[in-house]
Ligand binder design. Structure first.
Ligand SMILES: C[S@@+](CC[C@H](N)C(=O)[O-])C[C@H]1O[C@@H](n2cnc3c(N)ncnc32)[C@H](O)[C@@H]1O
Length: 272
């Protein structure tokens, strides 16, 4: 038996045993590294989860903001369109339903700012007659801009008359508020109808919400032989310079127009 061969074999065996002894330690180290990696991964997953929740929250806030912005943006767009329409009309001597080619009679003016708004759109107002129930003197006392508005209207050749009662009868102080107004409108319709040409129109701008809707404007008109030929939403933006006034005691104060329409009536049913 070759002894040196046995010795080599024993040494090799010894080396293998030592390597084998080192294996569990290496395995232990690897396992610890794996544990650390798993923990880091767990932390990353949690961070990712909280990021996702934060992102979700921010996204929802953004959605809410976008919704809140939607309405003002739409309103702004509508406003821009209105202004565009207005500028086009003004260029062509028109403003909404009204043009220089029509003969226009205005009754119940306050500080004459509505008449002036039309007159400015037409350039010259020789096609207009503007009237107030108030005398010139009381207009000057009650409305801060009445004098300048009237002067400009006269300069634009608008015919102006004061103390014109649309009912052609005296105001009865004891009648109920509502009855007074309804009666005023009725009497106005009767006298205006007499003055109307075949294709002429009577325009009344009126609030459409309760209790004003109770006036039943269209019914009053129909009762005196007038027909509704159109109803358009009224907006102050369409009449630059016009300041709606209260009249009656607190004359120069304005009031919210709210939901209002311009009702157009004609005496000829076929005209609709
Ligand atoms: C609410 S204010 C409106 C004033 C103006 N039209 C405006 O839009 O600013 C009502 C107006 O109707 C007028 N009025 C009241 N009764 C009238 C009548 N019988 N005939 C003509 N105008 C009348 C008043 O003098 C007052 O100026």
């Amino acid at each position: 038996m070759d002894l040196s061969f046995l010795e080599r074999l024993a040494k090799q065996f010894d080396r293998v045993v030592k390597q084998f002894e080192r294996l569990p330690k290496q395995f232990g180290r690897l396992f610890k590294q794996f544990e650390r990696l798993a923990k880091q991964f767990g932390r990353l997953v949690k961070q990712f989860e909280s990021l996702a929740t934060q992102f979700d929250r921010v996204f929802k806030q953004f959605e809410r903001l976008a919704k809140q912005f939607e309405r003002p943006v739409k309103r702004f767009e509508r406003l821009v369109k209105r202004f565009e329409r207005l500028f086009k009309q003004l260029e062509g001597g028109r403003i909404n339903h009204y043009s220089r080619s029509q003969k226009i009679l205005l009754v119940g003016e306050g500080d004459f700012s509505f008449a002036l708004c039309l007159a400015r759109a037409f350039g010259s107002a020789d096609n207009m007659v503007a009237t107030s129930l108030d005398s010139k003197g009381s207009l000057m006392t009650n409305y801060s801009k009445a004098m300048t508005n009237l002067l400009e209207l006269e300069g634009r050749e608008c015919k102006i008359f004061h103390k014109v009662d649309a009912r052609v009868m005296r105001y009865h102080p004891y009648l109920l508020f509502m009855r007074f107004h309804k009666n005023l409108v009725r009497r106005f319709f009767i006298s205006a109808r007499e003055m109307l040409t075949t294709d002429g129109e009577i325009h009344v701008t009126h609030k459409t919400t309760y209790p004003f809707s109770e006036w039943k404007l269209v019914k009053i008109a129909e009762d005196v032989g007038l027909y509704l030929v159109g109803e358009e939403r009224f907006s102050l933006f369409d009449y630059p310079g016009y300041e709606n006034k209260r009249g009656a005691g607190i004359c120069d104060q304005t009031f919210p127009v709210g939901m209002s329409s311009t009702f157009r009536f004609a005496k000829n049913y076929l005209y609709c």
